[in-house]
Design a binder for this molecule. Structure first.
Ligand SMILES: [Zn+2]
Length: 396
C-alpha cells in the first residue's frame, strides 16, 4: 500500500494501550480546547511555548492537568518553555554592550530590510524584552518543572513579520485564538536577521545545557545554520569515537579483551564513548549544550541528518514528523526517504497542532501508521518503538 492512500482506513485497531506521545504541539493556542485533554486517547502532549503570550498558559495548563487524575497515570502535559524565531526580534540582546538598547535602534538593527523609513511599523511593535530577562524567567519555569523541555526555539530563513492589523483583520479575528501569532494577517517585507535569531537560539540552548533539558527545534531552510550553532556549543566536548582497531588495542592494554560477538559491537562502542565522555563531562560541568535535541517537523534532505547524527556529537538528535506537514503533497516521497534513512530509535511523531482534542489524536494516529508503513514495522511494534523513543528523548 502506498502512503498516498489513507493509512487509517486499514482494519488494524490502533494500539493506544501502548502509550502514544505527541512530541510537539501548541494546545494553548486554543485555550478552550484544554478541557478536552483528559478525554484524549494520546497519553502525553509535549506542549510548546513560543512567545510572551503563551509562557504562562503552558505553565498553568501543566499545573492544572498534571497530578489531578490517578497518580499512577503518566502526566498529561510535558511543558516546554522557549522563544520561537518568529518572535526573536522582540528580544533585545543586553548581554553585549555594543547592541542598541533603545526600541527604535534595536528594531532597526535586527530587521532586514531596515524599517528606519517606516516609523509606523516600529511603533506598533512591542517594547522589546531583555534577553537576560527571558533566560532568567525560563530558568525559573524549568526549575518548577523538572521534566520540562526548552522549546520551541530555532531558526527560520523564510518567514517574514506579519503586517499591522487592518480593520478587516480585526473584524474577522477568531476570539478563541491566543493572541500574538500571525492569524492570517498579510506579511510585511521584514525578516529577522539570522545573526540575531542565532544569538536568541544559542542563549536558550546554553540554558538547556545548564539545566540538562531536551530541546525542540524549529528549522526552516536553516539546517546548516542550526548545525553551526550546535557545533559552536559542542566544541571541546566532542565524544571520542574509537575505531574498532583502537578499541581492541585499548582492551588489550587493559587486559580486558572480551570474546564478544559482532552484535555487541554497537553496545561496546557506546560504552567506550560514554566512558570517555563522562570523564570529560565531570570535569567541565555545567555543559553548554543540551543532552537531547528534536528537529521538529523535519522537512530537510538526508544529508544534514548524517551530520546531526555523527557519533562524535555529544547531543543525541531526534527527528519528529507530523501528518500535516510531512505526509501531504509533494513532500511525502522525500520524507519517506528520510524516515527510511534514520535509526529506528531517533524517530518521533508530533501533531504540531494549535488545538487539543480528537483531531490531535487522529493526526498522531495517522503519523504513526504512516511511519510504520514506510519502515515496514508491524503496528504494535512500531507504536511501541515510537513510545520508547519519546520517553528516552524527554527523560533521558
Ligand atoms: Zn511548533
Amino acid at each position: 500500500m502506498s502512503i498516498s492512500q489513507d493509512a487509517s482506513q486499514d482494519g488494524d485497531a490502533f494500539p493506544w494501550d501502548l502509550g502514544v506521545y505527541d512530541a510537539h504541539c501548541h494546545p494553548t493556542d486554543t485555550m478552550a480546547s484544554i478541557a478536552s485533554i483528559p478525554a484524549m486517547k494520546t497519553t502525553t502532549l509535549t506542549a510548546m511555548a513560543t512567545r510572551g503570550e503563551d509562557q504562562k498558559l503552558v505553565q498553568q495548563t501543566a499545573e492544572s492537568l498534571n497530578g489531578d487524575e490517578d497518580s499512577t497515570r503518566e502526566e498529561r502535559i510535558v511543558p516546554a518553555f522557549g522563544w520561537h524565531p518568529w518572535f526573536s526580534h522582540q528580544i533585545l540582546d543586553d548581554t553585549q554592550t555594543d547592541s542598541p538598547q533603545q526600541k527604535d535602534a534595536h528594531y532597526t538593527a535586527v530587521l532586514a530590510p531596515s524599517p528606519s523609513e517606516d516609523p509606523e511599523f516600529i511603533k506598533r511593535l512591542p517594547q522589546p524584552k531583555l534577553l537576560s530577562t527571558l533566560i532568567a524567567e525560563t530558568r525559573e519555569r524549568l526549575k518548577r518543572f523538572p521534566n520540562a523541555l526548552v522549546g520551541e526555539v530555532g531558526l527560520d530563513k523564510s518567514f517574514r513579520l506579519p503586517g499591522a492589523w487592518t480593520q478587516q483583520d480585526l473584524d474577522n479575528r477568531d476570539e478563541e485564538i491566543t493572541p500574538g501569532s500571525r492569524e492570517g494577517r498579510r506579511l510585511s517585507p521584514y525578516k529577522v536577521k539570522i545573526y540575531h535569531q542565532r544569538l536568541v537560539l544559542k542563549a536558550q540552548l546554553q540554558l538547556a545545557g545548564e539545566m540538562q533539558r531536551a530541546v525542540s527545534v524549529h528549522s526552516v531552510q536553516s539546517h546548516g545554520a542550526v548545525l553551526e550553532v550546535l557545533k559552536e556549543l559542542w566544541k571541546g566536548h566532542e565524544r571520542i569515537v574509537l575505531s574498532r582497531r583502537e578499541r581492541e588495542k585499548l582492551q588489550d592494554a587493559e587486559g580486558a579483551l572480551s570474546e564478544d560477538e559482532e552484535e555487541d559491537e554497537n553496545r561496546r562502542e557506546k560504552q567506550t564513548t560514554t566512558t570517555n565522555n563522562s570523564k570529560l563531562e565531570n570535569a567541565q560541568q555545567p555543559l553548554p549544550f543540551p543532552p537531547r535535541i528534536c528537529m521538529h517537523s523535519y522537512s530537510g534532505p538526508i544529508e544534514p541528518i548524517r551530520q546531526f547524527l555523527q557519533k562524535s556529537n555529544p547531543s543525541d538528535v531526534y527527528f519528529s514528523f507530523s501528518a500535516v506537514i510531512n505526509f501531504s503533497g509533494l513532500s511525502a516521497r522525500k520524507v519517506s526517504d528520510v524516515i527510511k534513512a534514520l535509526p529506528a530509535e531517533r524517530i518521533l511523531i508530533e501533531s504540531d497542532l494549535h488545538i487539543a482534542g480528537a483531531q490531535m489524536d487522529q493526526l498522531l494516529e495517522d503519523a504513526a501508521r504512516q511511519i510504520c508503513e514506510v519502515r515496514g514495522w508491524e503496528l504494535r511494534e512500531g507504536v511501541q518503538q515510537l513510545a520508547d523513543n519519546w520517553r528516552r528523548f524527554v527523560f533521558g
